[in-house]
Design a protein around this ligand. Structure first.
Ligand code: OSB
Ligand code: MG
Length: 378
């Protein structure tokens, strides 16, 4: 990564938008029917840069949630960032905000937007800047828990496979786990690339839960994602040692130090990298590098992002260590109309944007339709 020239930031805007989801998304922690997204727009001489805060509306995935992120950005993070000077590199964001604990999703949106401005000014694409080695990335899809049980799940998965998705990730939760996954194997056979995500829904000490996970371990899954609570690394290690199926961690991986710790403890063999969750694109690169050095495969997760967050994810997923298909699905899997020019599925892949910066920006008419409120700082 070459060092980019700094930019003079004129103002930072927080833009709240709302997009309905084409299908409600149910997980072990609840159901989501819309994407209530907080965007960061950094204004500078060479035009604006964009970042998306990936928080859900309520603190069900981790502690962060959108109203909390909007508050801390407006009243703490942006004022502290700008107080130290308006001339900024993306590399300045984390150090200037280091004393302010947590809020990685809010910080990631800021870092991403500033990097976008810098790259646009330099006329360079994010993918090039990150050392991407591919111009398209294979697309997996994350399938929520359907209201209609197993019949609806089979139909949904058949539809995604028809669309060309190369890998299916199914959400599992108590009452919707071993049986529906066995049904998927029975219907689609051994060739189906199938994995599950429990979003920390199981108890490592509950015999029924352990029996369920042991049954899932029989199904030749690509991986079991985050079976237990994020801070229970030793419990993950204890059960991972008994399973053939690799454990992947998502919620547990807050930064590169935690990723290395999880790997050293053998709590996981695969890492889900979400730029939003780990504080931004720069920490994502550090996790990628640490995993690559250790021969550990990584893949890019998602948080139902609009085209802004998706553009960042797709560029990150084009780095060489991303050897497993991610949850980088096409815009149409989420929204009837995406905020940006849509990402489309071609032959099971998404094209990596090659324009300056993240290569996407909100379309004016979509921004008008989705717009809810806006704050300009300072
Ligand atoms: O755990 O990966 C997750 C969505 C919201 C919050 C957490 C998760 C997810 C997904 C969807 O699985 C991934 C996507 O398609 O963006
Ligand atoms: Mg997950």
């Amino acid at each position: 990564m070459n060092r980019l020239p700094a930019v003079d930031v004129a103002a930072i805007e927080l833009v709240r938008v709302r997009l309905p989801l084409v299908t409600p998304f149910r997980t072990s922690f609840g159901v989501q029917t819309e994407r209530d997204a907080l965007l960061v727009r950094v204004l500078a001489e060479d035009g604006p840069g964009w970042g998306e805060c990936v928080t859900p509306a309520t603190p069900v995935y981790t502690e962060e949630y959108t109203d909390g992120a909007a508050h801390v950005l407006e009243h703490v993070l942006v004022p502290v960032l700008l107080r130290a000077g308006r001339r900024l590199h993306a590399e300045d964001v984390a150090p200037r905000l280091r004393g302010l604990k947590g809020h990685r999703m809010a910080k990631a949106a800021l870092e991403g937007a500033i990097l976008d401005v810098q790259l646009r000014a330099a006329g360079r694409s994010l993918a090039t800047h990150l050392g991407a080695t591919r111009d398209r990335v294979p697309a997996g899809v994350s399938v929520g828990i359907p209201d209609g049980g197993i019949p609806e799940l089979l139909e949904l998965v058949a539809g995604h496979l028809d669309d060309g998705y190369v890998r299916i990730k199914a959400k599992v939760a108590r009452g919707h786990d071993a049986q529906p996954m066995q049904a998927l194997r029975a219907r689609f056979g051994a060739a189906l690339r199938l994995q599950v995500d429990a979003n920390a829904g199981y108890d490592p000490d509950a015999p029924e839960d352990v029996a369920t996970l042991d049954a899932l371990d029989e199904l030749e899954l690509v991986q079991i994602e985050q079976p237990f609570a994020p801070d229970r690394l030793l419990d993950h290690a204890r059960h991972a040692a008994r399973w053939r199926t690799p454990v992947c961690l998502d919620e547990s991986i807050l930064d590169v130090a935690r990723a290395v710790e999880a790997l050293e403890l053998q709590a996981c063999r695969i890492v889900n990298v979400k730029p939003g969750r780990v504080g931004g694109p720069l920490e994502s690169v550090r996790i990628h590098d640490a995993c690559r050095d250790r021969g550990v495969p990584v893949w890019c997760g998602g948080m139902l992002e609009t085209g802004i967050g998706r553009a960042l994810n797709v560029a990150v997923a084009a780095m060489p260590g991303f050897t497993l298909p991610g949850d980088t699905s096409a815009s149409g899997r989420y929204f009837a109309e995406d905020l940006t020019e849509p990402f489309v599925l071609r032959d099971g892949h998404l094209a990596v944007p090659d324009g300056p910066g993240i290569g996407r920006e909100p379309r004016a008419e979509m921004l008008r339709t989705a717009w809810r409120r806006q704050v300009r700082l300072p």
